[in-house]
Design a binder for this molecule. Sequence first.
Ligand SMILES: NC(=O)C1=CN([C@@H]2O[C@H](COP(=O)(O)OP(=O)(O)OC[C@H]3O[C@@H](n4cnc5c(N)ncnc54)[C@H](O)[C@@H]3O)[C@@H](O)[C@H]2O)C=CC1
Ligand SMILES: C[N+](C)(C)CC(=O)CC(=O)[O-]
Length: 490
Amino acid sequence: MKTAAIIGGGVIGGGWAARFLLNGWDVRVFDPDPEAEAKLAPVLAQARRALPSLTDVALPDEGALSFHFDMAEAVAGVDWIQESVPERLEIKHKVLASVQAHCPPDAIIGSSTSGFKPSELQEGAARPGQIMVCHPFNPVYLMPLIEVVPSPATDLALVEKAETILRSVGHFPLRVRKEIDAHIADRFLEAVWREALWLVKDGVATTEEIDEAIRMGFGIRWAQMGLFDTYRTAGGEAGMRHFMAQFGPALQWPWTKLMDVPEFTDELVDLIAGQSDAQSGHMSIADMLKARDDNLVGMMRSLKANDWGAGAVMNAHEASLRAGTVLAAHADDLDDVSEPILTVRRAVPLDWTDYNGHMNEARYLQAFGDATDRFMALIGCDADYIATGGSYFTAETHIRHVDEVHAGAVIEVRTQVLAGAGKKMHLFHEMYEGTRLLATGEHFLLHVSLETRRPSEPSAGIVAALTRIASAHAALPAPDGAGRAVGQRP
Ligand SMILES: NC(=O)C1=CN([C@@H]2O[C@H](COP(=O)(O)OP(=O)(O)OC[C@H]3O[C@@H](n4cnc5c(N)ncnc54)[C@H](O)[C@@H]3O)[C@@H](O)[C@H]2O)C=CC1
Ligand SMILES: C[N+](C)(C)CC(=O)CC(=O)[O-]
């Protein structure tokens, strides 16, 4: 069990706490605010709903969460300390000194700073080599990117260890090769922010029109291809060279006011905040955060399906989670097959839920289909076998929806073989959340030749594995609901 200490439990510290906790780490939060625990609760609730949606296998069991007002208690024996206190250098120096007075000398100390260089954070530190910037993006529990910025004084072995840990909790560590104020991403955000302030101040656009310009256009593009690949494709077949030939001269044109910073006056704040209220004041912040997470999960799952960008990061995380899963790869790995076999263990993703606020009926079939696929693989009908031309087709399905289930819940499917001989396989899946039965799925399958598309005999290996399980399950009572059809009374 690994332990992280989160120093400062606000917007960002709360997100870090959720990310570690939901990936099985114990988390200690140090924050002098007596409301710290109350502030974290809604962030955790949001994360529990959204984060498990990013993978199609269940996350590890949650770690233990505790709150501390004593630094020594908070950081004793921990593996990772994440400083997320306000963006003021003097506060960060004070906090880092207190952390280093009590933490293990080989623990990683990451700072969430949006803009300070690691060498600035290390000024006056007892052990500068321990400190690095690990700059996250909000919401930390969903956004993969962490900018990892070492200074020349940072211990590189510790940086590599930090990157390995970040990957293990689903983050994408991006090493910033040269420390610079505001790292990489915040330099862009600052540039866009400055331009936006000018456009509002000069009366060219409202806050809403600027947001439309982003979310209807380049914002969507950037999430999947970034800046340079997007412009490369915009250059047609000639790619980046043609793009630059066409738009290079714009560097000399008045296309930016970047270095000319608008004066930060009360008037400017009133103008921007007033327009922002008019734009989105009809929604509560909680509703906006919910919409944000729903949208992020939906977009990220599309990227996952294409194994692209942030989606590829999620797939890599899923593969590492799968490696430690309780699901067996083959029936031969199971000493005891006398009970129904665990074939699915996963969370209900946000995009599996519907207008009724619970898992949509189509997703029950998806989960049972996944259970059948897993069972087929267990008896030897895996991708390699299917490539040789044999497989199973489902001929009939009956699903009973017994109870509802919500986003973020961990569901398990256990599979009982009602009959399995020759070409025929009759499966009964039961879906649970804990001990609560949610649904049953009864499926009749036939082994087929993928060449003739007609029923055919399975391989001797499949027959042996299926016969072993079917014989053991023959001793089980017939499950409740087996053989039911719509319209029959129980
Ligand atoms: N809000 C954002 O969008 C992002 C912020 N960051 C960075 O994360 C850091 C924290 O920012 P937020 O979470 O937004 O601020 P916040 O104001 O939401 O949270 C700061 C927390 O630190 C606590 N705190 C204050 N003094 C403390 C001390 N001496 N010891 C321990 N805790 C203390 C406060 O009680 C508060 O809970 C900053 O360095 C910021 O630049 C990084 C990425 C994004
Ligand atoms: C505005 N900001 C500088 C605090 C932004 C960040 O640091 C990253 C983010 O999440 O946008």
